[in-house]
Design a protein around this ligand. Structure first.
Ligand SMILES: [Zn+2]
Length: 485
């Protein structure tokens, strides 16, 4: 190519890039004018619908459990920016399936186990000055247009079946894409954000049934999805553009993660022996447990994240320096219980779990890209070794015996494993029984707990104490009482 041709080529590329940016700018401006975004400083909208507990599906890889939302009020102050969601929900799915009870709260008597009685208050503040906070606000219809305008330099537009697709890159790594319909209304917004368990995770907002509220267009129907499944569906009843209440909201600088968020506290694992060769490795909830064999140990549960796994492995090395970790046992696929499994694989430690979870881990958890926030396994990839249990698996060296059993048919999670130590008469269980100290019993026994007891009786296990992966233990009689026997 001659020098002249090269220059002409470069000029054409610049021109076309410029044209793309101009086209994006025009689409953003047209939508901002049509929707009334330009003069919108704040908004408050309310309605009713459903929301879902992410990471708590009944089936590995299945939809998030659904709750009915009886009150939903969102306030956005675009000038900070900051957002507050006030949600009241009730646990009325029949039958109740999956997790999402949250930790037990002695002041409300809620949490620990489903179904949860009464109104559940779920308020959430989002600080739009953090990366995740900004993305959360940009996923809303007017928020998208404000984000696109602020990131105009990277915005691109392309036609798609009578619609315009505008995308921009934020913070150098997040691509936010909005679909603007033929009436210049934002119909859909999507981006990917990091989830330490599921990796680069798709977040979507789908907006329809637009109506005019004092010159501002707003959707009457909101659907938000995470990882392909709904997390929120609201029928909007009331919209207040430039709401003074929303404008008064200043946000909470500690929320939302990213720059400006407080650094996480250092993890301090506190080992607590509960029987010969059995230890709690306590930190927050859920916990890991250690079971000691002659020349190795196994760890039950890998909660939370990489940092937790690293701290747990370090504590095991300190406690029993000559006994390597032979297996990590995973009771079920919920993110609070399995968020740390990727770091065990990074250490080359095999996982034992139920076969229902094995497939989910192999096809999704160990396959999803982690490019937005690479964890240890993403930085040093390694093939997972996962052993799938069908009904029962016994680990023994003649001295210590650890049995794993499927908690058959438990509504909390398909493939929920429980661990039983026959010599110690200990049953280690996750999320099928939760003590409720200091509050009256549930109106009727939780089907999760009834099912656990049915399984213990089916397997003829001789249990003296029930140990909870979420911390603590109770005599077997407490489980009997909770199950209404
Ligand atoms: Zn769970």
């Amino acid at each position: 190519m001659t020098k002249t041709l090269l220059m002409a080529f470069a000029a054409t590329v610049c021109l076309s890039l410029d044209a793309v940016a101009q086209e994006a700018g025009a689409a953003i401006d047209a939508a901002a004018t049509a929707m009334g975004t330009t003069t919108l400083q704040s908004i408050q909208y309310s309605g009713t619908g459903t929301n879902n507990s992410v990471g708590q599906a009944a089936t590995p890889g299945g939809p998030w459990p659904r709750f009915t939302v009886t009150k939903y009020v969102t306030s956005v102050n675009y000038t900070v920016p900051a957002m507050r969601q006030e949600i009241v929900r009730i646990d009325n799915e029949t039958p109740t399936r999956g997790g999402g009870a949250g930790p037990f709260n002695p002041s409300t008597g809620q949490g620990g186990i489903r179904p949860i009685p009464g109104d559940i208050i779920q308020n959430q503040n989002t600080d739009g000055r953090t990366e995740i906070g900004a993305l959360t606000i940009w996923l809303t219809p007017h928020g998208f247009l404000k984000g696109a305008a602020a990131n105009r330099a990277t915005a691109k537009a392309s036609p798609a079946r009578g619609k315009t697709v505008v995308s921009f890159v934020a913070f150098g790594k997040y691509t936010v894409t909005g679909t603007i319909g033929d009436r210049n209304l934002v119909e859909r917004v999507e981006t990917r954000m990091d989830n330490n368990f599921t990796g680069d995770t798709l977040f979507e907002g789908i907006y329809s049934d637009y109506q005019d509220f004092e010159g501002v267009k707003f959707p009457r129907h909101i659907v938000q999805r995470q990882g392909g499944y709904p997390v929120l569906e609201i029928m909007v009843a009331d919209v207040r553009p430039n709401s003074p209440t929303a404008l008064d909201m200043r946000g909470n600088p500690q929320r939302g993660g990213g720059p400006g968020a407080a650094p996480a506290a250092a993890i301090q694992i506190e080992p607590k022996q509960i029987a010969e060769g059995v230890w709690f490795l306590n930190f927050g909830a859920p916990q890991s447990l250690l079971v000691e064999f002659n020349d190795h140990v196994v760890i039950i549960e890998a909660p939370a994240n990489d940092e937790r796994t690293v701290a747990t492995i370090a504590e095991v090395k300190r406690l029993l320096p000559n006994k390597p970790i032979k297996y990590l046992i995973n009771t079920h696929h919920h993110s609070d219980h399995a968020g740390g499994i990727r770091a065990y694989v990074a250490e080359g430690i095999p996982i034992i779990t139920h076969e229902a979870q094995k497939r989910y881990y192999e096809e999704q958890i160990f396959k999803n890209p982690h490019t937005l926030n690479p964890d240890r396994l993403a930085r040093a990839p390694r093939a997972p070794v996962i052993e799938g249990v069908k009904d029962t698996r016994v680990l023994t060296d003649g001295n210590m015996t650890l049995e794993l059993h499927l908690t058959r048919g438990n509504p909390h999670s398909e493939g929920l494993l429980m661990a039983y130590l026959p010599r110690e008469k200990l049953l280690i269980q996750a999320d099928a029984f939760a003590p409720r100290p200091g509050v009256p019993p549930l109106p009727s026994p939780s089907p999760y707990t009834v099912n656990l007891l049915d399984n213990i009786q089916r397997l003829k296990l001789d249990v003296a104490r029930v140990v909870h992966v979420h911390g603590g233990s109770d005599p077997f009689e407490a489980l009997m009482t909770a199950a209404g026997r």
